[in-house]
Ligand binder design. Structure first.
Ligand code: ADP
Ligand code: 5GP
Length: 213
């Protein structure tokens, strides 16, 4: 007979992580995914060009505007938004695939995407990552070296508005040192898993492994 530990666990958890560009979200998500078992990254579709080192099907599914718009028109996207002139979205099939696999899902999407997902999944867990200061944000964006000067200015001017819009998120993590922020993210995932683990009570009580005989 299956023990409580071996049987399938409770409902799958959906975590959204958002941050102003340059905060360190990509670095943190990468580490979180490599250190927390049972958590999978939702790969988004985007019309933006790949950055150096980015791979199709790993960081994003890179697509063109016609294909993206067609997917939206066909109802294939669970959420989408236009950001800095490019389209970004999560395909319904991407989410379904993880649900079928029985893993928790991590979404790196913006606030508009989070709102759309929350309508479909009211239990969505929302995490806002912030830089310790706007000056640090500028340094990090410049250091990443992926933006032209014009794009950098555009991203910085939008950052403060973006932060204000994300005040409704449930958790706020300040990415001062990467290690501390990562610890906080891990703690959130663990706490949410414990919070939703009540199915375990029933499974434990149903366990019949002959111990009482
Ligand atoms: P985002 O995905 O939020 O745009 P990235 O993960 O690409 O951000 O990080 C932007 C830059 O900031 C990168 O060069 C990264 O190495 C650096 N960075 C990330 N976290 C920290 C941190 N805690 N302290 C200093 N630099 C950081
Ligand atoms: P970047 O171009 O730096 O990879 O991403 C820019 C912004 O797009 C980030 O804030 C990121 O969270 C957001 N983003 C990435 N994928 C999606 C998505 O599928 N949907 C939405 N709404 N935003 C996304």
């Amino acid at each position: 007979m299956m023990t409580a530990k071996e049987s399938t666990s409770g409902p799958r958890l959906l975590f959204v992580v958002s941050a102003p560009s340059g905060t360190g979200k990509t670095s943190l998500c990468k580490k979180l995914l490599s250190e927390v078992p049972g958590l999978s990254f939702s790969i988004s579709h985007t019309t933006r060009a790949p950055r150096e080192g980015e791979e199709d099907g790993k960081n994003y599914y890179f697509t063109n505007r016609d294909e993206f718009e067609q997917a939206v028109a066909d109802g294939k996207m669970a959420e989408w938004a236009e950001i800095y002139g490019n389209c970004y979205g999560t395909a319904r099939a991407t989410i379904q695939q993880f649900m079928d696999q029985g893993v928790d899902v991590l979404f790196d999407i913006d606030e508009r995407g989070a709102q759309q997902l929350r309508e479909i999944y009211p239990d969505l867990i929302t995490i806002l990552i912030l830089p310790p200061s706007i000056a640090d944000l500028r340094k990090r964006l410049t250091g990443r070296g992926t933006e032209t000067e014009a794009a950098l200015r555009k991203r910085l001017t939008q950052a403060e508005e973006e932060i204000a819009r994300m005040a409704w998120y449930q958790y706020v993590v300040v990415n001062d040192t990467l290690e501390d922020a990562l610890d906080q993210l891990k703690a959130i995932v663990q706490a949410e898993r414990c919070k939703h683990n009540h199915d375990f009570i029933e499974r434990l009580l149903q366990e019949d492994d002959g111990i009482k005989k």
